[in-house]
Each structure stands twice: as C-alpha cells, then as structure tokens.
Design a protein around this ligand. Structure first.
Ligand code: UGA
Length: 434
C-alpha cells in the first residue's frame, strides 16, 4: 500500500520504517530540511535498537523515502499518518497546534480520498477537530481515524512488528477496510485489531498510559511504606505479581517514571477531566507522588553524610529515563542531579547513550566519565538512576577500588542487599532493608 507519514519524530520514524518493512511504499514528510537531508543520506536521527537495520534495508529497497513537501507526501499516500508532537501546554493539556496546523494544510492540498490517521497521543475529541479543520478547506471525501500507538522506547521496533493489539477508532467502513489491510501482516499471530469509535480509541491510549503510571506509582508508595515497617518490597512485589489479575510487569519500584509519555499523558488526562467537570483524584495523587519519588534518595544521602553534601563527589550511573534510549525527557536522574548541585555536591556521570543530551542541559556544571568506572573515580558515593544492563553486573572489586567510599545509592534495586553487604558496601535502595 502507499503510505505517507507526516512527522519523523520517534513515533513517525518507527511507524514509517516498520510499515516499509512489510512491503508498503512509505514517504516520510518533515519540515526540518536538515533532518530530511541527513535521513536521505542514511542517517538515523534517533537511537532505537534494531531501527537502523530496517531503516537502511528499506531505503535501499526504495520503499522508504523522505521529503519536506507535504504536498508530495499527500499525493503519494492513500493512508496518511499524522505523527506530530503534542507537547504539554502551559496548563498541562496537550497542545494541538502542530496536529491542527497540518490538518489545515491537508484541507487545502487534498485532491482525492485519503484516510488521515491520528497516530499522536491526542485528547478525546481531536479526530473530530482534525475533521472539522480539514473540511473547512475542501469538499473532497476523506476519513479521519484514531490509531494510537503503544510503542515503548527501546522496544519500539518489536512492539510495532508484533503488537499485542492494534486500536482503530473509526465508524467509516471504507477507512476500517484499508486500516485492516495495512495492519494484517502485523497480527498474523492472532492478536486483535480492535475496531471502536474514535473517542474510545483516543481515550484508550491515555487510559493505558495513566494506568501503567498509576501501577508503578502504587508500587513506589508500597516501597516507601515497606521502609517504614521493615518489609521487603521485592517480596511484596513477587507476592502480588503472581496473581494474574495484577500481573508481574510494571511493578518495579524505583525513583519514579519519566520519559516523554507517562508524565505528559497523566497530566493531560487529569486536565481533560477538569475540562469535563470530572475530578481525576487518583491522577492528581499519581502526579504528586511521582514528583517526590524522583528525589526520594536525597534524604537518605544527606542522612548518610550527616546532612552535608557540599563538596561530596557523587558518581551517577544512568541518565536516560530508562535503559536502551538516549532520551532524557523527565528523566529522574536530571532531578537528582539538580538537587545534588543545589546542595553543593560535585557530579561525575556516566550513561552509555545519553551523555551528549545531558551535556546540553548541564553544560560544564557536571563532569562525565568515559566509562562507568571512570565516573566512579574518587567519588564519595555512587548513585544509580537507570537500570542499563551493564550496571547490573559490575566488577565490584574494581568499583570498590575506584570509589573513595564503598557506598551505593541504588534508585533501581539492581543488586541483592545481602550480597552487597557481604562485599563490604554500604547499600541503600528502594523499599528494602538498608
Ligand atoms: C510508554 C508505554 O509503555 C508505551 O506503551 C507507550 O506507547 C509509550 O509510553 C508512549 O505513550 O509513547 P515508554 O515511555 O517508552 O513507553 O517507557 P516505559 O517502558 O513504559 O517506561 C516508562 C517509565 O516508567 C520509565 O521511566 C521506567 O523507568 C518507569 N518504570 C517502568 C518503572 O519505574 N517501573 C516499572 O515497573 C516499569
């Protein structure tokens, strides 16, 4: 099939590349000329495992091309994906200026029937707004479909190629038929394509992300409470997670959720509630708890160093909001670093992928190690903020040799408490006995 993807951010690029992989002819459109030029030259603009292989293969096969011309993209695609940013507006709601701006242009450029697909995470009622904006400028027939994406950064290619479900929000038989045809190769294992009305589809995305954020936050509160009463959150987590109604996944406590999705989406759903006179009390609590969770290790650190972090050198392992990405948006590490700097501490950080991005934020206010061990050199303590695999099994003898003090503050519960104590470390983690 012929597909256009408008917007080559994270979602657009993965969508375009993975749609090309099953033989579709995909044209990706972006207004950023430099980015389009470098993609034409084979440069993948984001780090995402496995994406580069598919990207190069499909460019070579001529199935994946790039342009800055919306007109060309629109002329090419029978299905046109809108994968545009929906940043958090000043009041916490999703800002639709990019989505509606492109919709306005589409209305002016439309020559024949198209299915316009909202892939961005957008509030309930956006498909209707997109339809209205397009209609203002055209009499040509078209359909607007809500098709939220459920990709996880770090697993996006796999999630796209083998989705647990695909949600299509539309009541147009013509559009539904085309969407089913497009997605059929991805659900050969029998996973469902769920057809529903567009508003339910739009809400499904917010509800799913907010539920997962709530699940994590609930566990973070249980972990905090474990510390008060001397219970072990690992045990509680296992005890809970084996109940299939609860499930094992997304029960891992830590220093809070981050990223470009959960924080923004929880706030946006909370805000939409307010706009419809509905008080989402649970989401308000989730936002508040997550904010304080990001710096939950700070009091422990201060306590350990008798209230003074001034002049202490702290090694930080992990800066990205989660492993397998260079994305630092809303990363708990950044909040911790900011607090540490405020306290007068010296920060030496290491992350396998995200150091360039973090340098743009902190400049020369923090130091970076070329390796995880170099970052630990002469540090008074080590703080772990992201659970990259290489941090799971360090050479503890080497680490101990580098650190001034064998002290670890672990925001991701990577190690066994007893093991670390036996190795001679003072070990603080989340929701377990220190
Ligand atoms: C999330 C959803 O999982 C995707 O389904 C969705 O498509 C995506 O948002 C989106 O809306 O685009 P993502 O933000 O890539 O994906 O990352 P997750 O793997 O979901 O992790 C989010 C945050 O939760 C991370 O900071 C992670 O460290 C934290 N987390 C996750 C925990 O603290 N504990 C857990 O048990 C799981």
């Amino acid at each position: 099939m012929k597909v256009a993807v408008i917007g080559t951010g994270y979602v657009g690029l993965v969508t375009g590349t993975c749609l090309a992989e099953t033989g579709n002819e995909v044209v990706c459109v972006d207004i950023d000329e430099q980015k389009v030029e470098s993609m034409k030259n084979g440069m993948v603009p984001i780090y995402e495992p496995h994406l580069d292989v598919l990207f190069h293969r499909n460019i070579k096969a001529g199935r994946l091309t790039f342009t800055t011309s919306l007109e060309d993209g629109l002329e090419h695609g029978e299905i046109v994906f809108l994968a545009l940013p929906t940043p958090e507006g000043e009041d916490g709601s999703a800002d639709l200026k990019y989505v509606l701006g492109v919709a306005d242009e589409i209305g002016r450029l439309l020559r024949d029937y198209k299915v316009i697909v909202d892939k961005s995470t957008v509030p309930v009622g956006t498909a209707e707004k997109v339809r209205n904006v397009i209609s203002e400028n055209t009499n040509v027939e078209f359909d607007v479909v809500s098709n939220p994406e459920f990709l996880r950064e770090g697993f996006a290619v796999d999630d796209f190629l083998k989705p647990e479900r695909i949600v299509v929000g539309s009541t147009s038989e013509r559009a539904i038929k085309l969407m089913k045809k497009l997605y059929r190769p991805y659900v050969r294992s029998g996973n469902p394509i769920l057809i529903m009305d567009e508003k339910s589809a739009e809400l499904t995305k917010y509800a799913a992300n907010s539920f997962l954020a709530t699940k994590i936050t609930f566990m973070n509160e249980i972990a905090n409470f474990c510390e008060r009463v001397g219970a072990d959150v690992d045990m509680v987590r296992r005890g809970m997670g084996t109940d299939s109604r609860i499930g094992k996944r997304f029960l891992f406590p830590g220093i809070g959720y981050g990223g470009s999705c959960f924080p923004k989406d929880v706030k946006a759903l909370h805000k939409s509630g307010g706009e419809s006179n509905y008080d989402f009390a649970i989401l308000e609590a989730v936002i508040k708890v997550n904010q304080s969770q990001k710096t939950i290790l700070l009091p422990k650190m201060k306590n350990h160093f008798n209230g003074r972090l001034k002049g202490k050198k702290i090694a930080v392992w992990g800066l990205a909001f989660k492993p397998e990405t260079d994305d630092i948006r809303e990363a708990p590490a950044l909040y911790m670093i900011e607090e540490l700097l405020d306290e007068g501490a010296i920060v030496q950080a290491y992350d396998p992928e995200a150091m360039d991005n973090v340098q743009k934020v902190f400049g020369d206010r923090i130091y970076f190690g070329k390796s995880m061990y170099e970052a630990a050199e002469d540090a008074d303590a080590l703080l772990i903020c992201t659970e990259w695999s290489i941090f799971r099994t360090p050479d503890f003898t080497k680490l101990e040799g580098k650190l001034k003090g064998p002290i670890i503050f672990d925001g991701r519960n990577l190690y066994d408490t007893e093991d670390l104590q036996n190795l001679g470390f003072t070990y603080y983690s989340i929701g377990r006995k220190d």
